[in-house]
Ligand binder design. Structure first.
Ligand code: ZN
Length: 419
């Protein structure tokens, strides 16, 4: 199963091959997010980074924001298209993908797609972008291919118009598996006539490798709108959601196709890094004081900078665990613990500590940066919505209005670009 599972926590506790000879089986090997503990903790701690007067709102909804932090994982297999929002396999797209990939989702999809025309049961390949001009300009080839298929087109297909069509028309019907565009809509775009029986099938070769940096800004704008509408339940739900996606974006293994060490014989490393270590050490040892949330100028640039930094950590996450697991005695790697009446196999606490320290406390660093990032995203969405006053009793409202007035112009100008 790709990337996590609906009830990863339960499976974590119950489905352990206790007599396994396979020394690389970790207890968490089916769970692929920070884990319920960490996602909840990140959202909770983010609340304390919010400046007044918005902090009053988040504190009064703290419980819900924390509990709903895991909602996106719960719906991964219930909602089509949800799973790919949690990661991006940057290395699938080449060594320099973080810089090369188009920042607009429709461009990324367009340049890696294959187009088929399907009519009366016959499938004809119209154009395979991946074979021709991936990440390069390809207007001429594309127009030629479509002209061959649909007789002579009245006009060339410029990439600019193609992007606009994809964004405004085709993306409305986007489906990772069955992406079909009617003959009418295709004909309108191409400026030609097509029989009504056929349809254009777009094979989306991009999305299955993850879309977290493309999805995040869209969801951010939903939160801004919710603030503008002063829709309390929506604000809470979307804030919790965004906290989750930001959390995932901070995990190095959410940016690589070797997301669970499965390509290097390190199956289970995902949960070792992001669940086992926080569960063991976060409350006791992590420094939770991270400072004040600040305004993020560009959610797009922000999320790309987050995944870029996460991706830079992939090598050490994998190579250090590899070295430790090969040098330590095998019986010091895994321990059995009793939880909720079941015996489970886990990386031993001392092994986890050694890994944590050998990584130079990378997990803690990403955790801390993530807390501040979540708070900053919530605060920025509220700011972009015009800093509305929310959901307060008349008494609280008056207090908040006074606090708002107390925000001097100087303070407002202190809003700075998030790094
Ligand atoms: Zn997730």
């Amino acid at each position: 199963m790709h990337r996590g599972t609906l009830f990863c926590f339960l499976i974590t506790l119950l489905c352990i091959p206790l007599n396994s000879e396979d020394t690389k089986v970790y207890v968490h090997n089916t769970c692929d997010d920070w884990g319920f503990f960490a996602h909840r903790k990140l959202n909770e701690l983010a609340v304390y980074t919010i400046p007044a007067p918005l902090n009053t709102f988040y504190k009064s909804h703290l419980e819900e924001v924390r509990e709903r932090a895991v909602d996106p994982d719960k719906r991964r297999y219930a909602i089509k298209g949800e799973a790919v929002r949690h990661y991006i396999d940057l290395d699938h797209w080449g060594e320099n993908a973080v810089n090369d990939l188009p920042r607009q989702q429709e461009r990324a999809i367009w340049r890696t797609a294959i187009f088929y025309w399907i009519q009366k049961g016959d499938t004809t390949l119209v154009f395979d972008t991946t074979q021709n001009c991936i990440f390069t300009e390809c207007e001429r080839d594309f127009t030629q291919a479509f002209s061959t298929q649909f007789l002579t087109l009245q006009k060339g297909i410029s990439e600019k118009s193609a992007y606009a069509w994809l964004r405004d028309v085709a993306m409305r019907e986007h489906d990772e598996f069955e992406w079909h565009i009617s003959a009418d809509k295709t004909a309108e775009w191409l400026g030609t006539k097509l029989g009504n029986e056929g349809y254009l099938h777009i094979d989306d070769r991009f999305s299955k490798h993850g879309i977290i940096p493309y999805f995040f800004p869209q969801h951010y704008r939903r939160l801004v709108r919710a603030f503008e509408e002063k829709n309390i339940s929506k604000i809470v739900r979307l804030s919790a959601d965004l906290g989750h996606y930001i959390g995932d974006a901070h995990v190095p293994l959410h940016t690589t196709k070797n997301y669970n060490g499965q390509l290097t014989g390190q199956d289970g490393i995902h949960a070792f890094w992001e669940s086992r270590i926080p569960e063991l050490f976060a409350d006791e040892e992590f420094d939770y004081v991270v400072g004040r949330a600040s305004y993020i100028q560009s959610p797009e640039e922000f999320i790309w900078s987050v995944v870029k930094k996460s991706h830079q950590g992939v090598d050490s996450v994998l190579s250090i665990e590899k070295r430790l697991s090969q040098t330590l005695p095998q019986d010091q790697l895994y321990c059995y613990e009793s939880r909720l009446g079941a015996v489970v196999k886990l990386p031993c606490k001392e092994y986890a500590r050694l890994y944590h320290q050998s990584l130079d406390r990378q997990v803690e660093e990403r955790f801390r940066e993530c807390i501040l990032a979540i708070g900053s995203v919530w605060y920025s969405a509220w700011t972009d919505a015009g800093q509305p006053i929310l959901n307060e009793s008349p008494h609280d409202k008056k207090q908040d209005e006074d606090e708002m007035k107390a925000l001097t112009d100087k303070q407002k100008n202190q809003i700075r670009v998030h790094e």
